[in-house]
Structures are given as structure tokens and as C-alpha cells.
Design a protein around this ligand. Structure first.
Ligand SMILES: [Mg+2]
Length: 229
């Protein structure tokens, strides 16, 4: 069996939900958003999250650039809240990108499992995020030291699930095998992407919606990985 294991970062190791929520709460206070619209911080986060999710899908399909995504997700949020365009805080998008990657909440068991796996395996990251954000996350959360290579889609020029991302990761890892093992949380980008590239996958999910594939093992916690490796 391959001695290389490849991990997704957001939602798989780095607790994107918790870290984004903490950041958005800070922004809500910092920009005094309650004075811009009669909306609670929870509602603000809910509206933003939905819009961000949809815009990310568009970004993955090349319908929008990174720069547009970063501005538009907040503009659309404020417009949805009924805030006039002229009152939308101009630098909130940049502020978010500055603060969020410095947050350090991890998915339960992440450090324990990485400590365990690194004894026998060489570990790598494959991520669809943006280079400066992802590097910052790895640094601040002290996860960087576990990984021998980091493949970022922004460098590859394609996003997961494109097979080129997985091929590039093998090269970056100096892995002799032409397939690897990928652990991720997103069915389309991570799991189907990995399987389509000829890899085996571990899908971290609480709701597999009946999905099965002989090349995919479903796990509900990271700690379950210890029973496979
Ligand atoms: Mg993910």
C-alpha cells in the first residue's frame, strides 16, 4: 500500500465553519453592522454563508474570478440585507481574507490523527483554496509541519475535481505510484475527483446519502482513519 496520504484542508482538517463564523462575528462588531441593517450576527452569517457557497460553485466553474468572489460575496450579502450600495463597507472583503486564515479551530481529532499517521506515512495536502490563505491557515494552526507537499489548485490552474490537480499532487509528492489515497469532505470535488483520477478515497461525512463506491470508504470522524492505517 502507498506510503503517501493526501488530505483536503478546509472542512477536513481546518474547521472552516467554526473559523469563518468567528471571523464573521468579529466583522459584524468591527463594522457595526447592526447599525446598517436590523439583522443579528447569526442572520448576517446565515445570509453570507449561503451567498458564499453559491459564489464558490460559480468560481469552481470559472464563472467568476477570485477577486470578484472576494468582493461580491459581501456586496451581495449587504444588498440581500437591504443595505444601500453606498453604505456597504468597502474593505470588509479584504478584512475577512486577512483575519479568517489566522483562526485555528480544527476538526475533531485532526491533530491526534496526523500525529499517528505521520509515524508511518508521508502526508500531503491538496486544496482548492487560495495560496496565501491556505499557507496562512497551515502556519497559524501549526498544521504545516505535518505535510511534505502542498498542492494548491490556484497553482495548477484547475480546481478539484479536475484530474490534473491529482496528477500534479503525485508529482509534488514525488510519489512513484500513479494513484494515491485522498481524504476529503466534499463528494464532488474530493471523492469523485479522486476516484476519477484512479485513486482511493476516504469520505469524511455525517451524511453519505446512500452513496457507495468500491473505491470509497465512508468515515464519520477523522479518528476512524486509525483503524485503516
Ligand atoms: Mg474541504
Amino acid at each position: 500500500m502507498s506510503k503517501h496520504l493526501f488530505f483536503d484542508l478546509d472542512h477536513t482538517l481546518w474547521d472552516f465553519e467554526a473559523n469563518a463564523e468567528e471571523t464573521l462575528k468579529e466583522l459584524y462588531d468591527l463594522y457595526e453592522i447592526k447599525y446598517l441593517a436590523p439583522i443579528s450576527s447569526e442572520e448576517f452569517i446565515e445570509i453570507y454563508s449561503k451567498i458564499n457557497h453559491d459564489l464558490w460553485k460559480l468560481y469552481r466553474n470559472h464563472g467568476i474570478t477570485k477577486a470578484q468572489l472576494r468582493v461580491q460575496r459581501f456586496e451581495d450579502t449587504f444588498l440581500a440585507m437591504g443595505v444601500e450600495h453606498k453604505h456597504i463597507p468597502k474593505d470588509i472583503g479584504e478584512k475577512y481574507v486577512e483575519i479568517c486564515p489566522t483562526k485555528t479551530a480544527l476538526i475533531s481529532g485532526a491533530r491526534e490523527v496526523l500525529d499517528y499517521l505521520q509515524q508511518d506515512y508521508t502526508l500531503h495536502i491538496i486544496t482548492n483554496g487560495f495560496e496565501e490563505s491556505q499557507n496562512k491557515k497551515l502556519k497559524y494552526s501549526d498544521l504545516g509541519r505535518y505535510f511534505q507537499s502542498i498542492t494548491i489548485s490556484e497553482h495548477v490552474g484547475k480546481q478539484k475535481p479536475h484530474p490534473l490537480v491529482f496528477e500534479t499532487a503525485l508529482k509534488n509528492a514525488k510519489c512513484e505510484s500513479n494513484h494515491g489515497i485522498y481524504i476529503g469532505d466534499n463528494l464532488d470535488a474530493d471523492i469523485k475527483g479522486a476516484i476519477n483520477a484512479g485513486w482511493k478515497a476516504f469520505w469524511l461525512t455525517q451524511d453519505s446519502k446512500g452513496y457507495t463506491n468500491p473505491d470509497c470508504q465512508i468515515i464519520s470522524t477523522l479518528r476512524e482513519l486509525k483503524t485503516y492505517f
